[in-house]
Ligand binder design. Structure first.
Ligand SMILES: Cc1cc2nc3c(=O)[nH]c(=O)nc-3n(C[C@H](O)[C@H](O)[C@H](O)COP(=O)(O)OP(=O)(O)OC[C@H]3O[C@@H](n4cnc5c(N)ncnc54)[C@H](O)[C@@H]3O)c2cc1C
Length: 244
């Protein structure tokens, strides 16, 4: 007999806080009384409805994992239809419609595997990976976690304070600054290369489970290099946020 999967429900979300996350992004904290909680790495659809009834929907990863609350990190694309509205126009007290949780593939579950985990983020692609790192810490899961985060400047780091608090024995964090590094930075400044990827990620022989998230171009480039470095395609999961 075929199992019927119910489509996730639409929920009414009230914005309780909106604040700049980086110079070109916002963090939205949503109160969603009907939200059942979600696995780390999942996303929601956000649906906007104009006064004339026109509707449009975009996907956003959830930075949190608890019932009743959803936190989003939204990068503003200057020419975009939805992201400038969410970053600039939305205010505390506004309501949004969200559907989810969505996605069962790009998720990390506590206790699922004792293999090491390598997270690789470009820009806002860190949102679902931050959720995984936070869930890993909350569960006191013993698997080794490492995050490589490619970002323009220190000011463009999403969840900067939270990542700093998580960094330690259970989460190693490596940054690649593409435009400007913090004072005293000993490493290079510039785009991720295959060599810098190799030197800042778990070695192929350790058979890490690898989660890659960012723009389509970032994810495709990183996956190509991971395969060339000797990682297995079976060990790599990707989430593409779109764009070139
Ligand atoms: C599963 C999933 C999770 C996502 N999670 C997040 C998230 O947590 N935070 C976040 O900021 N975004 C996330 N996105 C991207 C998001 O859904 C939108 O695509 C993005 O906000 C742009 O929407 P827009 O309406 O502003 O731009 P649009 O009007 O849709 O597009 C404008 C132009 O920008 C290009 N474009 C679209 N998306 C991107 C992109 N991501 N990067 C660069 N160029 C792009 C388009 O090709 C187009 O040329 C996610 C996407 C997916 C599929």
């Amino acid at each position: 007999m075929r199992t019927r999967h119910r489509r996730p429900a639409w929920h009414v979300a009230t914005v309780v806080e909106t604040r700049p996350e980086t110079p070109n992004s916002a963090r939205l904290v949503l109160d969603v009384p009907t939200w059942p909680g979600n696995e780390a790495g999942t996303h929601v659809d956000v649906r906007l409805t104009a006064p004339d009834g026109y509707q449009t929907t975009r996907s956003y990863s959830v930075a949190t994992s608890e019932p009743g609350k959803v936190v989003l990190g939204i990068d503003e694309l200057p020419d975009g239809e939805v992201s400038p509205f969410l970053v600039r126009e939305v205010r505390a007290g506004d309501t949004l419609e969200i559907r989810g949780p969505l996605g069962s593939y790009f998720v990390w579950r506590a206790g699922q595997s004792d293999r090491p985990v390598q997270l690789i983020a470009g820009g806002s692609g860190v949102v679902p990976l931050f959720a995984m790192a936070a869930a890993h810490a909350a569960a006191s899961d013993p698997s080794q976690f490492r995050l490589l985060y490619s970002v323009r400047t220190p000011a463009h780091v999403y969840f900067r304070d939270e990542l700093a608090a998580l960094a330690g024995p259970s989460l190693a964090v490596d940054y690649i600054y593409t435009r400007q590094a913090p004072p005293g930075w000993a490493g290079m400044v510039g785009r991720l290369t295959k060599d810098s990827l190799a030197s800042t990620t778990i070695a192929p022989h350790q058979r890490a489970r690898i989660f890659v998230c960012g723009s389509t171009a970032f994810a495709e480039t990183v996956v190509t290099w991971l395969l060339e470095l000797g990682h297995s395609a079976r060990d790599i999961l990707t989430e593409r946020f779109g764009g070139l």
